[in-house]
Design a binder for this molecule. Sequence first.
Ligand SMILES: NC(=O)c1ccc[n+]([C@@H]2O[C@H](COP(=O)([O-])OP(=O)(O)OC[C@H]3O[C@@H](n4cnc5c(N)ncnc54)[C@H](OP(=O)(O)O)[C@@H]3O)[C@@H](O)[C@H]2O)c1
Length: 314
Amino acid sequence: MKAVSIQAFGGADALTVTDLPRPKTERGELLIRTLAAGVNPVDWKIREGHLPHGVTHAFPLIPGWDVAGVVEEIGEGCQRFRKGDRVFAYARKPHVQWGTYAEYVAVPERHVAHMPTSLLFEEAAALPCTALTAQQALGRTGLGAGGTLLVLNGSGGVGHCVLQLAKLAGIRSIATAGARNQEFVLSLGAEASVDHDRDDLAAAVTSRFPEGVDAVLDAIGGDPLSESVALVKAGGMIVSVAGMLDAAAVGSRGVRFERVSSVPSGEQLAALATLAGRKKLKPHVQKIFALMDAAAAQEESKAGHVRGKLVVAL
Ligand SMILES: NC(=O)c1ccc[n+]([C@@H]2O[C@H](COP(=O)([O-])OP(=O)(O)OC[C@H]3O[C@@H](n4cnc5c(N)ncnc54)[C@H](OP(=O)(O)O)[C@@H]3O)[C@@H](O)[C@H]2O)c1
């Protein structure tokens, strides 16, 4: 099968289009013929050798954690899908080698869901990692209707899903974004936006929520995450998918902190597919690349200015 892989960690030029054997399904796995693969920042991070904690790897290594495509083979013990079904999945695995930048990928059936019929494969591939991460991180904030949320980086893959899911849950949000993305985050449901280059974060948040927010959902890390500690009400929650905070600094303000690492779930993805099918959750695809241009896609992701998602089409 045609795939993009690396033989060693390195720069974007380490990615080459290669011919590799089709992965074999193990018990409980489906073989999916990939029609589109979502591009996530973790892809270039893995390519450079920054593997998430606890993750092993082997070469040749095919990157990619998001797939939308068609079921090609049903592995032993699988029951919920048929050959030809249009599906999508968060194909994150504890051992990184056979990813989704390839014509075929084997994925545990329990991580797969039928994709919304109203979406293109390129749109469906933009959802699994980011929408599941958004859903799981939002869940950890403990917020319900009427709660207030500061979203740090509302315009990237995770943030643009967080804002839509928060709005659906009746959560009031304020989001940081660059100048060109102010309208974008407002269109997704944020009731106010903060320009991360020009505005003072504390002044912007307290002018909308004078007592601070109930929770922060961070998708950028660094200084904005540290600054946000002072903007959460006592007893509030900070959840990050991108950075870390010193537990002592947070605890002294009576605020809790949790770093979330999202996990695949076919069940949660099916619920998100229903929302997407009803157009209540819309993936924003900034650009679609050909498989042979996967290196350019990763360079663009690494530059850090993607609005929504990049996708590789096969
Ligand atoms: N823990 C997990 O399970 C998990 C899952 C998925 C992603 N992640 C991580 O979460 C982070 C976000 O990933 P992503 O895919 O959502 O988005 P991304 O591609 O990293 O974000 C791109 C967006 O960030 C905005 N941005 C850049 N600098 C900013 C700043 N200082 N403040 C606010 N926004 C800023 C850019 O907007 P402008 O161009 O307007 O500046 C752009 O729209 C990454 O570190 C990724 O690895 C973690």
